[in-house]
Design a binder for this molecule. Structure first.
Ligand code: ZN
Length: 191
C-alpha cells in the first residue's frame, strides 16, 4: 500500500484513455496493490473519488468514497466503492449543474452538467460483476471519475467558462447558493 502522487492537468498521461483490466487478473497481487494505492491516495488527498490514471496507473479502475469530506462538506456520504472496467448508462434525461473540483486540477472549480440517474456496471475488487444504480448528487461523482478513464478532466466539460473560479472564490461567492441546490437534491433523492 502506498500513497502516490496525483498527476495534474497538463500531464500527458491524464489525457490518455486507460485500458481495460483483464477480469481474470483482478485477484492478482498486482491489481490488488493498485486498488489499495488508489484508495490510500484518494484518502490521503481528501478526494471524494480517484481514478487509477490520476496516480499514473494505466488501469480502468476508479474509487469513490465520501464521509464528511473536508473538501466537499455538502456531499452526501457514499461508502467505499471500487469499480473495475466501469460502464455508465444514463437512466433518464434529468441533469443538474454541478460545481466540480478535482485533485488533478488544483485551485480551480467550474460548473459541469451531469446526469442525475445512472447505472454503473463493472467488476468489484474481488472480480465479481456489479451493477449499481446511483441517483441524485452522487451520480455526478461517478461521471467525473469515469471521465478520467477516458482522458477527460472536468474543465473539458465546462460549457460556460465564466463559471471557472478558485476554491477561495467558490467559498466567498458561490458556496451558499450551490449548497442549497445540493440540499434540494439530497432531499429529493434521499442521498
Ligand atoms: Zn477528478
Amino acid at each position: 500500500m502506498a500513497v502516490r502522487e496525483v498527476l495534474e492537468i497538463g500531464d500527458p498521461f491524464l489525457a490518455q484513455r486507460a485500458p481495460e483490466v483483464d477480469p481474470d487478473l483482478i485477484g492478482t497481487a498486482e491489481i490488488q496493490a493498485a486498488i489499495d494505492d488508489i484508495v490510500d491516495s484518494m484518502r490521503a488527498a481528501n478526494g471524494s473519488g480517484l481514478a487509477a490514471n490520476q496516480i499514473g496507473l494505466p488501469l480502468r479502475i476508479f474509487s469513490v468514497e465520501v464521509n464528511k469530506n473536508p473538501r466537499y462538506p455538502y456531499k452526501p456520504p457514499v461508502p467505499l466503492d471500487i469499480i473495475v472496467n466501469p460502464q455508465l448508462t444514463f437512466l433518464s434525461d434529468r441533469t443538474f449543474e454541478n460545481f466540480e473540483g478535482c485533485l488533478s486540477v488544483p485551485s480551480m472549480r467550474g460548473v459541469v452538467t451531469r446526469h442525475l440517474e445512472v447505472q454503473v456496471n463493472g467488476f468489484d475488487r474481488h472480480g465479481e460483476p456489479l451493477e449499481h444504480v446511483v441517483r441524485g448528487y452522487s451520480a455526478g461523482t461517478y461521471q467525473h471519475e469515469y471521465d478520467h478513464l477516458d482522458g477527460l478532466l472536468f474543465p473539458h466539460r465546462v460549457q460556460d467558462s465564466s463559471t471557472f473560479c478558485s476554491w477561495n472564490s467558490f467559498k466567498r461567492y458561490k458556496e451558499v447558493a450551490f449548497v442549497a441546490q445540493v440540499e434540494a437534491l439530497v432531499a429529493e433523492f434521499g442521498r
